[in-house]
Design a protein around this ligand. Structure first.
Ligand SMILES: [Zn+2]
Length: 141
């Protein structure tokens, strides 16, 4: 059987502030620049979620409708139109860089995908802008 990767792309909008409470205000400004703006700032994030698995007799790895539903109903509402520093329990105490958001989203999405084993989450790609994105391939990568 063939292993194929399938990807769903979603968007969400959120605000954040990059600020490390262990550093002084000057150190934070030097490290994070305009992303340290005291009242935060926003991004239109683009989230690419890639799942891999064997192509079943259905001809599918996983029904993309199920992946869409997981993201639309269980994941995106937790971050869309939220302030990532204040409104998202799974980011509590975490500096919401794109890297850290990708890791946190991995954990949320992987848990939701558990009933779909042996399909597995293999990549999270998070665009913070058209030019900047991060990729995360899980804790064992
Ligand atoms: Zn930002």
């Amino acid at each position: 059987m063939h292993t194929v990767e399938i990807t769903r792309v979603e968007e969400f909008s959120a605000s954040h502030r990059l600020h490390d409470p262990r550093l002084s205000d000057d150190e934070n400004r030097a490290l994070y620049g305009i992303c340290n703006n005291p009242n935060g700032h926003g991004h239109n994030y683009e989230l690419h979620v890639t799942v891999a698995g064997k192509v079943a007799e259905s001809g599918m790895v996983m029904n993309l409708t199920d992946l869409m539903a997981i993201l639309a109903e269980r994941v995106l509402p937790t971050v869309d139109h939220k302030h990532l520093n204040h409104d998202v329990p799974f980011l509590d105490g975490i500096i919401p860089t794109a890297e850290n958001i990708a890791i946190a989203l991995w954990n949320e999405i992987e848990r939701e995908l558990a009933p779909h084993e042996p399909c597995r989450l293999v990549r999270i790609k998070l665009h913070e802008s058209r030019s900047n994105y991060v990729e995360y391939r899980g804790p064992s990568s």
